[in-house]
Design a protein around this ligand. Structure first.
Ligand code: NAD
Length: 297
């Protein structure tokens, strides 16, 4: 069992760290938000008052932070992870961030002789809680081999995506598909209704036809066909509109930086920007159905 320093005990990091405890690891967790530290302590973890206390004695450091700038700050600033982690420690960043930042931080870690992988996740808060996340991991094969058994305590699929940054590349491309597909299902549901075809009937047919996709069969954006989907509980998340906007922004920026053509991704990003407001940002991303069907906004 490993001595783990965990940074970022939020909606995802909190339950992930709790699953590491359940697997028998010794976890020292830090989050600047006192309520997050209290939740972690209540789950049996050792909540500490600074990142330094979590990292200084760690064999493995795991971070689950909001954005690239938080990751840069936590790792690169004076008194950050790269300065404090003991020699030989393995660094695992599970946040969803841009590929360039992931590669820059891993490169700086390498200069200090520390192995690092980027390991963003799919599966949301439900997957984090149940320990069924999918991890997409970028880094050298030796670092991946060391990270795998640790990540398996928090997920059911741990996949090596290639060198440093490729975990983030996989995550961004996956969510580009997800954002576009969700909007496609919303548009088809809205059109079906106008044509006198019920949501349930379209679902029954398309879930067995070529329009089938995860956004339809697992996460249907209208109430009824998939009882567990957020549409049945007032679009409580799930995966928020704010998160989908963030991930589509990462995709659009990555496409601009590399010259890839993602016209539908750009359109999906614009539609989520149009939909996002103070009232909707915290809703599940499938709530964009309400805008597309003309029910709101
Ligand atoms: P969150 O905002 O709930 O949690 C992030 C936590 O990091 C916060 O509690 C914040 O206080 C803490 N933090 C910020 N700077 C810190 C620092 N220097 N040291 C320690 N803690 C620090 O966000 P979340 O929903 O847990 O998401 C985390 C990451 O996971 C994001 O990159 C997100 O895109 C990604 N993600 C989220 C979901 C989801 O459904 N929530 C799904 C997949 C991926």
């Amino acid at each position: 069992m490993a001595r783990i320093g965990f940074l970022g005990l939020g909606n995802m990091g909190g339950p992930m760290a709790a699953n590491l405890l359940k697997a028998g690891h010794e976890v020292r967790g830090f989050d600047p938000v006192p309520a997050a530290r209290e939740r972690f302590a209540a789950a049996g973890g050792t909540a500490v008052e600074s990142a330094a206390e979590a990292v200084r004695t760690a064999e493995v450091v795991i971070s689950m932070l909001p954005e690239g700038r938080h990751v840069r700050a936590a790792y690169l600033e004076p008194g950050g992870v790269l300065e404090l982690a003991p020699a030989g420690a393995l660094l695992i960043d599970c946040s969803t961030i841009d590929v360039a930042t992931a590669r820059a931080v891993a490169g700086a870690a390498k200069e200090r002789g520390l192995a690092m992988v980027d390991a963003p996740v799919s599966g949301g808060v439900a997957g984090a809680t149940a320990g069924t996340l999918t991890f997409m991991v970028g880094g050298e094969p030796e670092a991946f081999a060391r990270a795998k058994p640790i990540l398996e305590a928090m997920g059911r699929a741990v996949i090596h995506a290639g060198p440093s940054g490729n975990g983030q590349a996989a995550k961004i491309c996956n969510n580009l598909m997800l954002g576009i597909q969700m909007i496609s299902v919303c548009e088809a549901m809205a059109l079906a209704e106008k044509l006198g075809l019920s949501h349930q009937t379209l679902f029954d047919i398309s879930s067995k036809s070529s329009g089938q996709c995860w956004s339809l069969t697992n996460y249907c954006p209208v109430p009824g066909p998939v009882p567990t989907s957020p549409a049945n509980r007032g679009y409580q998340p799930g995966f928020t509109v704010a998160m989908m906007r963030k991930d589509l922004k990462l995709a659009v920026e990555a496409a601009l930086a590399t010259g890839a053509r993602t016209p539908l991704g750009a359109q999906a990003y614009q539609l989520y920007n149009l939909f996002a407001s103070e009232a909707t940002e915290g809703l599940d991303f499938s709530a964009i159905m309400t805008m597309i069907s003309g029910q709101s906004h």
